[in-house]
Design a protein around this ligand. Sequence first.
Ligand SMILES: Nc1ncnc2c1ncn2[C@@H]1O[C@H](COP(=O)(O)OP(=O)(O)OP(=O)(O)O)[C@@H](O)[C@H]1O
Length: 252
Amino acid sequence: MIQLKNVSLRLGQHCVLGDINASIGAPGLTAIIGPNGAGKSSLLSVMSRLQPPTEGIVLLDGKNLHDLPGNTVAKQLSLLRQENHLVSRLTVADLVCFGRFPYHKGRPGKSDWEKIQQCLTLLELDSIRHRYLDQLSGGQKQRAFIAMILAQDTPYILLDEPLNNLDMKHGVAIMKTLKKAAKTSQKRVIMVLHDINFASVYCDFIVAMQNGGITHQGRTEEIMDSAVLSDIYQMSMRVEEFHQQRICFYYQ
Ligand SMILES: Nc1ncnc2c1ncn2[C@@H]1O[C@H](COP(=O)(O)OP(=O)(O)OP(=O)(O)O)[C@@H](O)[C@H]1O
């Protein structure tokens, strides 16, 4: 698990995260939800070591994340950020190969190429594997980055809005792929999601944030409740059962 103990983050004058105590990352899929500016991306940054907390500590399987060697962390935890600034003259295959870097250190071997091929196929990227990143649509690029993250093959996978730019078919396909990876390889996938119904249908746990703090945390069915969601988003949200799934209606 990733444990946060009295974690606070201040950026300039702004208290972005305030005294968070939580354990996140049981095997399966965990969604982090909440309104804009609640601190979801900041929480992922702190949990992935991208950003050291101003106060408190983050433990990865009981060890202080910020004391662990970089290469150890890279084999334990991968992070897909919302904004990815990488050289656009990389091909899709180069990018996915980059995900294997903690293992091959620049000299990919047979097992690395097998994994790269597997991830390209899984994300339906075979036909565009030789295209440069700046020749891709937003959704194709997003799938290439997700393939890179899966190629890193870490027990913890942190994704900031992985469904950005994806059409419904690819959104569903990626959630199913992550769910299968979690089930067959005991992965712990933690992802920021804005689409509450994707969280409801595919995630096992939900962590909800407001104003830099975690206000609700539990199994998906506990959080997918009209009163709880209305409180989190400060608007009327109605949850109903539809084909054995809890679906939220919030269009007014
Ligand atoms: N570099 C920064 N300096 C100061 N404040 C920042 C900085 N980066 C983010 N913030 C503030 O921190 C708060 C949390 O931002 P964060 O991006 O973590 O929220 P979020 O929940 O991911 O939002 P969204 O849903 O809009 O992506 C916001 O109020 C934001 O304005």
